[in-house]
Ligand binder design. Sequence first.
Ligand SMILES: Nc1ncnc2c1ncn2[C@@H]1O[C@H](COP(=O)(O)OP(=O)(O)OP(=O)(O)O)[C@@H](O)[C@H]1O
Ligand SMILES: [Mg+2]
Length: 234
Amino acid sequence: MALSNRNPRPIAQTNPRSPITEAYRTVRTNVQFASVDGDVRVILVTSSLPSEGKTATACNIAVVSAQAGKRVLLIDADMRKPQVHQRFQVSNLYGLTSVLIKERSFEECVVESQTPGLMVLPSGPIPPNPYEMLASKMFSDFILSCKEKYDVVIVDSPPILSVADGLMISRSADGVVFVVDAKKTNRAHAKKATLALQQVNARILGVVLNRLEKKVAGEYYYYNYYSSGEPASV
Ligand SMILES: Nc1ncnc2c1ncn2[C@@H]1O[C@H](COP(=O)(O)OP(=O)(O)OP(=O)(O)O)[C@@H](O)[C@H]1O
Ligand SMILES: [Mg+2]
C-alpha cells in the first residue's frame, strides 16, 4: 500500500535501527526509570499547542515498547483531530467513541498493527461532545479495564492549552509524557500547560524535545531531556 507522505508510518516501525528510533527507545527507558516507585502503565502523551509532535511521539513510543516485548495498546483519545489511524493506515470507522457509546465492543474496534504486540484503538467517529465523553465514568472504567489487559497503554490526546480534554484524560493516566517542539514551543506556553497538568495532580514522567537539531542533542541529554531527532519521517 502506498504510504502517505504527509503522515508516514511511525519511523520506529519502518526503520527500527535508525538513530531516531534509538532516541525513542531512550524515551521509553527513561519513562520506565521514572516509574520505579509505582506501576506506570497508562501514559498520556500531550503538549501545549497543536502540531508539536504528540501523535508522532505516542505512535513511536508504542512501537518501541512492543518491540521490547510488552503487550501494548495505543489509544487515540484525540477526538478533535484523530491521526493515529492514518499513521498505522487502519480504518477509523469504529474506535474509542464507538466503545464509549456502546455501539461496538472493544474487541470489535481494536486492530492489530504491523508490529507484533501492538494493538491500536483508533478514535472512531468524531463525537459532538468529546470532553463529556472523556469526563464520563465510562471512559475511566474503560481505561482501568485496558490496564488489566496490557502492560503499557499509550494515550494520544489534543493539546492542553487548546481544550480541556488532555487534563481530563490525565486523571485516568499514571503519568504524562510532555512533548515540546524545540523549534516552535514557547517557554511560557510549555510552563502554562505543565502547571495546568500539575494542578490536576498529573505526574509528568518526562519531556520529549521534538525536532531538536542533532548537533545540540548531546548537550540537551545532560539536562535530562529526551530527543526524538530531527528527520522528516517520524
Ligand atoms: N521531529 C520531527 N521532524 C519532522 N517532522 C515532524 C517531527 N515531529 C512531527 N513531525 C510532523 O509534524 C506534523 C505534526 O506532528 P504530529 O501530528 O505528531 O503533532 P501533534 O502534536 O500530534 O499535532 P496535533 O496537535 O494536530 O494533534 C506531522 O506531519 C508530523 O509528521
Ligand atoms: Mg496529534
